[in-house]
Design a protein around this ligand. Structure first.
Ligand code: PGA
Length: 532
């Protein structure tokens, strides 16, 4: 099944009309299988315009419609006879005697259906069949069931279809409960098929069609066995795959999420370019490759520092001159969003990680500094653009000087680096301690520290207690301000897991839910992809 994703309904209508016109121009006396419903209306309008401009001629074309309500009179404005006259036949030069629809007033439905199939066969079979898709995956009035009819037949409508079609009637009670429809076998006999899907209400049907196996529960899925089907969707109906890019000082990570939010690809490259243009080219090239390979319709970018007007000001990246959003949009021809990497990580964690289904979350990244991301009501809270810089929240105005130029920033006391700095100085004061010995042997690292802590070294324990007091003070402050449903800890130090979490909980306000990041290094790419 070939997939064409259009920007909007207009483009979808034009694209579909072009394909129909191409068919008619290639074979002037071709047989078209036509559909009703709101989706093909724009395509019919386009065809009418093209016919008027002399770009397509229906003089010799024959048509067979897919279905008709039963019972219904031809002149009932809700009948498909009426629909076709209004939306197409009266606007093009097709001969009415060449158009065929099932008779919604027949007293012998079995004969009507048999003769309809025979007429299609006698005229040489359908060259091009147009189809819409129901929210429940129906095609024509072939509703999901344990088994499906091959030939044209009388069928009952499901509740979902009656509800969906009620919009065309004055009341739901007026929607006919039965219809005559071509069967899936009749549809599959068409030489070519165009399936149209427009609008968010078709998202799930499209998703199931593309992702799930062939099943009578999803009649549209049977089209997968046909060799020449084009599915034309607009962007509302097809969410497509989303690419998340996490730009870091040492590496750039790329991850493609499908519409079920599962990874279909993950790659990374080194951030080893010296200048802005080189780095942008590198990113764009990789995005382009993944876009083409995985049908990417959106790119989200997470980057450190402050993002303003698509420009990234981060000390460790040469990306401050170019509007990366505009640059990538031009190169890739898909929509792009850029946000701070800690915000992206928080969004990823809130949607797919520890905070799945949680609406308000603060993520704290304990690394060289402290990064933060705030999710309020399921969305990133950016404030004026740089909200979430929780590492620079002042906890002691007379305290240690920070790289930002101010004094007493939280990250000077509660980051992973702060813990190691404190531990190193405490170990120096107590050279006989186990902590000092492990540091001497294995070097100063989080792992060495926790080894001493696990072995109950009193110096390590004392150090950790001071550290946790600082960490808890900040977290309790964040709780007072945001009252989140959950706090998530990430970054190198969070790898300590329970060793960090259990003693920390004792110092926190008791009703605070605090978890370790589940997505770990993937949180950034997930969140970037989810910026859409
Ligand atoms: P719609 O119907 O075009 O009105 O959405 C399509 C269908 O149910 O087949």
């Amino acid at each position: 099944m070939k997939l064409i994703v259009c920007e909007d309904y207009n483009e979808l209508s034009k694209k579909a009309a072009e394909l129909v016109a191409k068919q008619v121009n290639e074979k002037h006396d071709c047989i078209l299988g036509l559909a009703t419903g709101s989706t093909p209306v724009g395509m019919y309008e386009e065809l009418a315009q093209m016919n008027k401009r002399g770009e397509v001629d229906f003089e010799e074309v024959k048509s067979f419609n897919l279905d008709e309500y039963y019972p219904i009179d031809d002149d009932n404005p809700q009948s498909y006879h009426y629909f076709m006259k209004e939306n197409l036949f009266s606007k093009i030069n097709i001969k009415i005697s060449n158009t065929h629809l099932l008779n919604g007033r027949t007293s012998d439905t079995i004969k009507e259906c048999r003769e309809y199939d025979e007429k299609i066969a006698q005229s040489g079979g359908i060259d091009l069949q147009i189809l819409g898709i129901g929210q429940n995956g129906h095609i024509g009035f072939n509703e999901p069931d344990d088994s499906l009819f091959a030939n044209t037949h009388l069928t009952g409508l499901t509740e979902s279809t009656i509800n969906a079609n009620a919009r065309f009637f004055d009341s739901i009670d007026e929607v006919p409960k039965q219809a005559l429809t071509m069967g899936v076998g009749s549809i599959l006999k068409a030489r070519k098929i165009i399936l149209l899907a427009s609008g968010a209400s078709k998202q799930e049907a499209v998703l199931k069609l593309l992702d799930n196996a062939v099943s009578t529960d999803n009649p549209a899925s049977l089209l997968k066995v046909h060799p020449d089907v084009v599915l034309i969707c607009d962007k509302e109906a097809y969410t497509g795959n989303r690419l998340g890019v996490d730009i870091g000082g040492t590496q750039i990570k790329f991850g493609v999420l499908n519409s079920k939010n599962e990874f279909v690809a993950k790659e990374s490259i080194k951030t080893e370019c010296k200048n802005e243009q080189e780095l942008l080219n590198l990113i764009a090239e990789k995005c382009e490759k993944l876009k083409n390979e995985f049908n990417v319709t959106f790119v989200g970018v997470g980057a450190p520092g402050i993002i303003k007007n698509g420009k990234i000001s981060a000390v460790n990246l040469p990306l401050c001159k170019t509007d990366i959003k505009a640059y990538l949009e031009e190169k890739l021809n898909v929509s792009v969003k850029v946000s701070n990497d800690a915000n992206c990580a928080a969004l990823g964690e809130a949607k797919l990680g520890a905070g799945k289904d949680v609406k308000n979350l603060v993520m704290i990244t304990l690394g060289t500094g402290i990064g933060g991301g705030i999710i309020a009501d399921g969305k990133i809270y950016e404030g004026g653009g740089s909200a979430g810089e929780i590492g620079h929240m002042c906890i002691d105005p007379f305290g240690t000087e920070c790289a930002c130029g101010k004094k007493g920033c939280w990250e000077k006391y509660a980051s992973a680096s702060a813990l190691l700095k404190l531990a190193e100085s405490e170990a120096k004061k107590a050279p006989e301690s186990l902590l000092a010995k492990i540091f001497d042997e294995k070097g100063v690292s989080g792992e060495s520290f926790f080894e001493a802590e696990k072995q109950k070294c009193p110096v390590a324990k004392g150090t950790f207690d001071i550290y946790l007091t600082y960490l808890a003070a900040g977290i309790n402050g964040l709780k007072n301000i945001f009252d989140p449903d959950m706090i998530v800890l990430s970054g190198g130090l969070a790898n300590a897991g329970e060793l960090l979490l259990n003693p920390l909980k004792e110092k926190l306000d008791s009703d605070l839910q605090i978890e370790i990041s589940v997505l770990k290094n993937d949180a950034g790419i997930c969140g970037a992809a989810l910026l859409k």
